[in-house]
Design a protein. Structure first.
Length: 367
């Protein structure tokens, strides 16, 4: 039970759409693996592809990746019941826990893991610390939906964390790369961030699909009613979230294929703290939310928004500050290589653990 099966509505979609969705959902890990392999092969085998894909940008992100992200996010945000988001903002436990996990625990954990696993590799270490500062946006909405998390909560948390990102990214970068290492007697790194570039990234990749999703629901429900909107229209546009995800993965890995395949040992060194980070952040966040009495759906949302990172922003900052061939940039590039399969695995882990950790919870999806 995944993206489109998990929130069954009262009206069944057409047979063709249902068949297409079930194929996507059933073999999702295989499709993602094929997309990763296809991207890596394209990046290695097609001369000049990297330069062509990266020639046109929106903000600091390649235009093809930008298109993929927008296509991926629009169907998910069209599913959000915006009239119900007020109940999310009133949940102070949810809001407070998410902010603490994203802006205190997450960056601190990545700082500790980067120094623990890469003490002799300062460039990769700095790149990982930057990754830890780039909090959830974009893909986290997909992972949350696949795990049957609370859509309204996810939309609100991503929006709030995105605003915090504009304000806090530069300050936290200064603290974790210069101030805290100095206090601990460790080496420091000088780095600067463009607040304007971060703001543009947030406005484009969250603002556009958010407005489009809101208008689609408002106009659709007014014109034909909620039953038609959720039972007929959403099943038709829903598959495009996964199409956008797979397209984004192909392009992202095509852009970075040569960097990844030419330095496999470095990739492996960077991967270890990343895997540890995702596992600890997700598991710890899920249990923390459960301990505070949250439902499965909201606990899963808290966990995925805490574990997910904005690698597009991290890569753009690393390239803009240290250069495209730098170790810092490679650390950012390795991020999606690890995040995609690990978070797909965590989707299945979340669905598996739901009934066991939240017995009797009505928001636990049936299997």
């Amino acid at each position: 039970m995944l993206l489109n099966e998990s929130r069954a509505t009262s009206t069944a979609p057409s047979t063709a759409v249902a068949a297409r969705l079930s194929t996507l959902d059933r073999y999702l890990p295989a499709w993602i693996l094929l997309a990763m392999v296809a991207g890596l092969l394209l990046g290695r085998l097609v001369p000049g592809l990297n330069a062509a894909l990266d020639a046109v940008k929106i903000g600091q992100v390649s235009l093809p990746i930008a298109i993929g992200l927008l296509v991926m996010m629009y169907p998910v945000l069209a599913k959000v019941r915006y009239a119900e988001t007020h109940r999310v903002t009133r949940d102070h436990r949810l809001m407070g826990l998410s902010l603490v996990l994203n802006w205190v625990v997450g960056p601190a954990l990545m700082f500790g893991l980067a120094w623990a696993f890469l003490p002799d590799l300062p460039e990769y270490r700095t790149g990982l610390i930057i990754v830890g500062l780039a909090r959830c946006i974009a893909m986290v909405l997909i992972w949350n939906d696949l795990a049957c998390g609370d859509r309204e909560a996810a939309a609100v948390l991503v929006a709030i964390n995105s605003v915090f990102q504009v304000v806090a990214f530069a300050a936290l970068g200064w603290f974790y790369l210069q101030v805290l290492p100095g206090w601990l007697g460790l080496s420091t790194t000088s780095v600067s961030f463009s607040v304007g570039a971060i703001a543009v990234s947030v406005l484009v990749f969250l603002g556009i699909p958010l407005v489009a999703g809101f208008l689609t629901r408002m106009i659709g429900e007014r014109a034909r009613g909620r039953e038609w909107y959720e039972g007929v229209l959403l099943p038709r546009i829903g598959p495009w979230a996964l199409y956008g995800l797979l397209f984004t993965i192909v392009i992202l890995f095509a852009l970075q294929g040569d960097a990844i395949t030419s330095r496999p040992w470095d990739v492996a060194r960077i991967a270890v703290p990343l895997v540890a980070y995702f596992a600890v952040m997700f598991g710890g966040s899920l249990l923390a939310a459960r301990a505070l009495g949250m439902s499965y759906a909201r606990s899963a949302t808290v966990a995925f928004t805490a574990a997910g990172n904005n690698f597009e922003l991290a890569i753009a900052v690393a390239i803009g500050t240290f250069g495209v061939t730098s170790g810092q940039a490679l650390a950012g590039v390795v991020g999606p290589l690890i995040e995609v399969p690990v978070l797909v695995g965590l989707v299945y882990a979340s669905l598996y653990a739901g009934a066991r950790l939240f017995p009797g919870d009505a928001s636990v999806p049936s299997r």
